[in-house]
Design a protein around this ligand. Structure first.
Ligand code: GAR
Length: 216
């Protein structure tokens, strides 16, 4: 069974989606450790409720970013973690961390990257006036929200959307694509070749258009 570690900073609804997937045996993985960089993260309550091992590592308790990252990696490796899932982890990880888990760190981002990277992706989408946005699960490299894409879900924007309403609509897809990706890793089906990621045996399909086309 694939051993995973999850890094969080806040609410942890994506962590919850993974917990639910593991508990319902849709995901053949075990959550070995959850680490939060924020002691007040609600995600930690979820761990307590589900009996999941968790700890807090605060950046400010380390004298450098490198030391913080080495400690993160050490804690995960100690538990035998093979795949690291960033689920609302709001820090940029560098080489000191990533070198321990090559092509084995994944992140969920609430936009169709490379659009709307960084903070407040949903607000950026509403303000730009795009007609579709969505979410992306990607391999984490040293870029910010720009590593090789594993899967993207397209979500339409509606004329009255606010940052909140769009965030909610995108989130319901985040809770599907992230657990699915973990399961693809558990099945050993994710192949990374430079920027190109293929999920072996997956069905690659068509794209929706929003608004709907009428004459063509
Ligand atoms: C999610 O929307 C996730 O996509 C986003 O933070 C939220 C965390 O929610 N992540 C990023 O913006 C990363 N750049 P959660 O704590 O309820 O899972």
């Amino acid at each position: 069974m694939l051993k995973i570690g999850v890094l969080v900073s806040g609410r942890g609804s994506n962590l919850q989606a993974i917990i639910d997937g593991v508990e319902s045996r849709k995901i053949y993985a075990s959550i070995e450790l959850v680490i939060s960089d924020n002691p007040d993260a609600y995600a930690l309550q979820r761990c307590k409720r589900h009996g999941i091992r968790h700890s807090v590592l605060r950046r400010k308790d380390f004298s450098s970013k490198d030391e913080f990252e080495e400690a993160l990696a050490e804690n995960l490796k100690e538990k035998g973690v093979e795949l690291v899932v960033l689920a609302g982890f709001m820090r940029i990880l560098g080489k000191s961390f990533l070198r321990h888990f090559p092509n084995k760190v994944i992140n969920i981002h609430p936009s169709l990257i490379p659009a709307f990277q960084g903070l407040h992706a949903q607000r950026q989408a509403v303000e730009f006036g795009v007609k579709v946005s969505g979410c992306t699960v990607h391999i984490v490299d040293e870029s910010v929200d720009a590593g090789p894409v594993i899967v993207q879900a397209v979500v339409p924007l509606l004329p009255d959307d606010t940052e909140e309403s769009l965030s909610e609509r995108i989130l319901s897809y985040e809770h599907r694509v992230l657990p699915q990706t973990v399961q693809w890793f558990a099945e050993g089906r994710v192949e990374v070749d430079g920027r190109k990621v293929i999920v072996r045996g997956a069905e690659y399909g068509t794209l929706p258009v929003n608004p709907r086309l009428e004459k063509f």
